[in-house]
Design a protein around this ligand. Sequence first.
Ligand code: C5P
Length: 224
Amino acid sequence: AARRDLEGRTVLVTAGPTREPLDPIRFLSNRSSGKMGFALAEAARDRGARVVLVTGPVHLPDPAGVQVIRVETAAQMLEAVLRHAPAADAVIKAAAVADFRPARPAAHKIKKEAGAPVVELEPTPDILKELGRRKAPGQVLVGFAAETQDLLENANRKIREKNLDLIVLNDVTQPGAGFEVDTNIVTLVYRDGRHEALPPMPKRQVADAILDRLPWPRVRREAD
Ligand code: C5P
């Protein structure tokens, strides 16, 4: 039986890719399957948490006992996350949010007769950075990073820049890690610079390992 160590806590998890429209038919997206985020939501639920799962388009059914909010774009994910973050004790951002989107999506289907279009991209809102800016005392903020080079340096920089407590680093160049597969190989990077490499494990076990290690901040109690 699972430990009920998250009883009374609210955990907000994001999962999946986002889709950024080019026109009403086409979009930019990425290889995220949502499996890591869904595993986190299920693990947190089994440990007694109230769980809100904000997910981009994925081929996974709603986990029972979890409040699921389905979105498409980074802008929609931002809105849903900001709505639910204030009530969350922990926010775990496993979603692979698009970093760029078409600056001016076409209102009608882009026709090939018009020739190959040049598509201008613009940055999407950085949801994690916004969460870091608004982080309440006592709230734990966990980011994911799928990197292919300079893993630890990038993770340490992001922890500071985005005011995170923990980064789950994915070396997506390794087989059995990252997108689409059922296992993951991650390194946990903490705010104090410590890091811990976990062995390859099913995503559900990675989820439990992350929840085991959530660095809950000590909240100062008001003098009474
Ligand atoms: O900086 P980078 O995109 O590698 O950071 C990845 C982390 O940031 C993930 O946790 C992802 O969910 C989050 N992210 C975000 N908003 C974006 C891009 C990434 O919240 N626009």
